[in-house]
Design a protein around this ligand. Structure first.
Ligand code: FAD
Length: 284
């Protein structure tokens, strides 16, 4: 963890672009609440194949208009070079300088097509098209991406993205801090030196989280799963226990030198704000 302790701590919040006017209004409310915590930036996800292109941009521009730094995500799967070059131009024209570059996932059974197969190719393309204009973040997987056959392959593919020009990384969420510590050490061992910020998923709906975790390769430790299952429909206990688990996780990560936290807010401020307060992050 030595390399990580040298970086300033960066705290950020992730949103997805709302689909309806009601969703947009709810997000405005969430953003106003979270803006009071003064995060380094808000990021906004991007649907694979460009499906949310306009909504991602609109959401980012609204955040910027309110005076906050915003970073759009950009995924490459299923997109042509021309399409991606256009999006990059649009981002540049709006003064955006911070990106989260990803491969993305197409729904199963869909043919991807498109120019790029992996995120390292997208990072290379962004550098080729726009030089050093963007600060580029990429994704990292402390518990191994579901399509990687081994931790070694997982690290080697992560390394390709860094060598292609990524400045920093945000991890998939996890609930076992040792997975993160071990991943960071493996990265250090192969000479990678960049901030690797833990992604944090507060626990709102446990059954939904379980299904999603299986698909994205995030492990919910058995003791957490058993305890959650034991609560049945008692949502108050699920929420209280989830808050304890995630606050303790964040506390351990920060104490060990993690260079900040990136919260997957799911467009709600509640749980993220409580965890933030319990960690006394406003006093940092
Ligand atoms: P890659 O780094 O390309 O890795 C994908 C898989 O391919 C891995 O198993 C990797 O080991 C393997 N691989 C990589 N390079 C090679 C190679 N050269 N040869 C062979 N195998 C290789 N998805 C969205 O659609 N929109 C979003 O906005 C979004 N935001 C995200 C934000 C964060 C912080 C994270 C962690 C994930 C996000 N995702 C998003 C999900 C992400 O798109 C998926 O996890 C996807 O499966 C992998 O994306 P990646 O950029 O990590 O891909």
């Amino acid at each position: 963890m030595q390399s990580q302790q040298r970086y300033p701590k960066v705290f950020s919040f992730e949103f997805f672009p709302p689909k309806t006017p009601e969703g947009a209004e709810k997000l405005r409310h969430t953003r106003r609440q979270l803006a009071q915590l003064k995060p380094a930036f808000f990021s906004v996800t991007y649907g694979a194949g460009g499906t949310t292109r306009e909504r991602t941009l609109e959401t980012v521009l609204e955040i910027q208009r309110d005076g906050h730094p915003a970073a759009p995500h950009l995924s490459c799967i299923g997109s042509t070079r021309e399409h991606l070059a256009e999006v990059l131009k649009q981002y540049q024209a709006h003064g955006i300088r911070h990106l989260v570059a990803l491969r993305g996932d197409l729904p199963s059974g869909t043919y991807g097509g498109g120019a790029f197969r992996y995120a390292n190719e997208l990072v290379e393309f962004i550098r080729e098209q726009t030089g050093d204009h963007f600060y580029i973040e990429v994704a990292a997987y402390p518990e191994v991406h579901p399509q990687s056959r081994s931790m070694q392959e997982n690290i080697q593919h992560f390394k390709r993205k860094v060598e292609a020009g990524a400045n920093a990384a945000i991890t998939q969420y996890f609930y076992n801090p040792d997975a993160y510590f071990s991943f960071v050490e493996e990265c250090e061992a192969v000479g990678l030196d960049l901030p690797i910020v833990p992604g944090v998923m507060p626990i709102a709906n446990f059954s939904q989280l379980s299904r999603f975790s299986e698909a994205c390769g995030a492990e919910i430790p058995r003791w957490i799963r058993m305890k959650m299952q034991g609560y049945g429909d008692d949502t108050a206990s699920i929420k209280a226990f989830g808050l304890d688990v995630v606050t303790q996780l964040c506390d351990r990560l920060l104490s060990a030198g993690a260079p900040g936290l990136h919260f997957y807010t799911m467009n709600s401020a509640g749980l993220t704000s409580v965890i933030w307060d319990r960690l006394h992050l406003s006093e940092r």
